[in-house]
Design a protein around this ligand. Structure first.
Ligand SMILES: [Zn+2]
Length: 241
């Protein structure tokens, strides 16, 4: 009887948590039963948008980027951050993030999170993991830097993140970035999760980072299928530098 009661109260707790803040939709989006093909039920833009992310980046179709849209990253700030499991990904909420300057507009790093397989593909190649550094400007514009990971050497930052879930850690987001930050693909797309809001400035760095086989397995033990399939890119202008 006690067992039954416990199971029942757990189920109630789960339903309450899942439904919180989602009054119009009693269920919540995910990557399984309520996966990407029905995200339109949660947010129209996911289904009806024309600048949806992620995309397959076709390198030969990219045009040279105008010099004015250069990416200047000042992420080298040691900061404290809360590592959370947000129900869709392992996410690091930074307290005092670095800054990006795009065309004179300043964006502050708000959080970064990881996808258990890459969301963007480059010339059809899917990478082992993808990290997204989400930056926001004072007037609400979003810029996301995408970092690809290949299987290879152990990555100390990932150890820090994976070992810190549920805790506050000290971290330098700069350590997450490759040495070469000058070469990247840029396009205007969307958030890759509901509400799939468009107008997001994407910067996918060309130089990949590495993560060890164990780290990739560890990340996938939390989230293996948290990647949205690539979206039609016909109306997207892809630039590169
Ligand atoms: Zn993401």
């Amino acid at each position: 009887m006690i067992k039954t009661l416990l199971a029942f109260s757990t189920a109630v707790l789960f339903l309450t948590t899942a439904g919180y803040g989602e009054e119009e939709h009693p269920t919540h989006w995910d990557y399984e039963t309520h996966g990407p093909s029905c995200w339109g039920e949660f947010a129209q833009e996911c289904q009806k948008g024309h600048l949806q992310s992620p995309i397959n980046i076709e390198s030969h179709k990219s045009v040279p980027l105008k010099g004015s849209l250069s990416l200047k990253m000042n992420e080298d700030i040691h900061t404290t951050a809360d590592v959370v499991d947000n129900g869709h990904a392992i996410q690091v909420n930074v307290k005092n993030g670095g800054k990006l300057i795009l065309d004179g507009r300043e964006y502050t790093l708000v959080q970064f999170h990881f996808h258990g397989h890459s969301e963007h593909t480059i010339d059809g190649k899917q990478y082992a993991l993808e990290g997204h550094l989400v930056h926001k400007s004072a007037d609400g514009h979003l810029a996301v830097v995408g970092i690809m990971f290949n299987e290879g050497k152990n990555n100390p930052v990932l150890d820090n993140v994976l070992g810190g879930i549920g805790r506050t850690i000290r971290i330098d987001p700069q350590d997450l970035l490759p040495n070469d930050k000058k070469h990247y693909y840029h396009y205007i797309g969307s958030l890759t999760t509901p509400p799939c809001t468009e107008g997001v400035q994407w910067y996918v760095l060309k130089a990949p980072m590495t993560a060890s086989k164990d780290q990739i397995a560890d990340m996938r033990a939390h989230y293996d299928h948290n990647f949205r399939p690539v979206q039609p890119a016909s109306s997207i202008k892809l630039e590169s530098k």
